[in-house]
Design a protein around this ligand. Structure first.
Ligand code: C5P
Length: 212
């Protein structure tokens, strides 16, 4: 079974993805880490995230088995990731890895921005997770505080709005809900309610497909 989860920054896709994968015994891929790793390679080399040739070279050289997720979660890396991810040639470099990950048994939960639309258009279940920008900023600010990165909530909100605009407005695989994706608005849900709702969506999808 392949479950595709898409949604804007800090919508809770990652947490939901991890929990759904554990619930169904599937592998989990947070595809944001791929774009974040490309961005971090450029930042570490003192290059601009808009440097197309360097970004494509970094995408080609990517080794996901060596990712250090904590370093990739920094706010500046997320912002730079949203710049490199608008480069079509960078996205093209990362397609095969994502599709191969999805295809390996027993299946996977994959989260990102274009999973239901571009990477796995035939996913068994597609969920588009969202919440208001204010609620997402509040959750992200709490996460930063918990990890010791002091971040002003207003600055987090500005970053989220800028990323939403860039991710939805780009020409290459923009963030959008696939026509056959289920909308999960978690604005008024705590995490356990959101997980329950996501499982209900998957179960309804499985019944619809004869539970294969
Ligand atoms: O999900 P996360 O916030 O870690 O993603 C960082 C950035 O990577 C996003 O703002 C988005 O621009 C980009 N991204 C993407 N396509 C994906 C996953 C992430 O364009 N499938």
């Amino acid at each position: 079974m392949i479950i595709a989860i898409d949604g804007p920054a800090a919508s809770g896709k990652g947490t939901l993805g991890k929990q759904l994968a554990a619930h169904y015994g599937l592998r989990h891929l947070d595809t944001g880490l791929l774009y974040r790793a490309v961005a971090k390679a450029l930042l570490d080399a003192g290059l601009l995230p808009s440097d197309e040739a360097a970004a494509v070279a970094a995408a080609k050289a990517l080794d996901p088995s060596r990712f250090a997720p904590a370093a990739l979660k920094a706010s500046a890396v997320g912002e730079a990731a949203s710049v490199v991810s608008a480069i079509a040639a960078v996205r093209a470099e990362l397609v095969a890895f994502q599709r191969d990950f999805a295809a390996r048994p027993p299946g996977a939960v994959i989260d990102g921005r274009d999973i239901g639309t571009v990477i796995c258009p035939d996913a068994d279940v597609k969920i588009f997770v969202t919440a208001t920008p204010e609620v997402r900023a509040h959750r992200r600010a709490l996460e930063f505080a918990a990890s010791g990165q002091g971040m002003d909530e207003a600055a987090v909100l500005a970053d989220i709005r800028a990323r939403d605009a860039r991710d939805m407005g780009r020409a290459a695989a923009p963030l959008k809900q696939a026509a056959d994706a289920h909308l999960l608005d978690t604005t008024n849900m705590d995490i356990s309610t959101a997980i329950r709702a996501a499982i209900d969506i998957v179960e309804a999808g499985r019944v619809g497909r004869g539970r294969d």
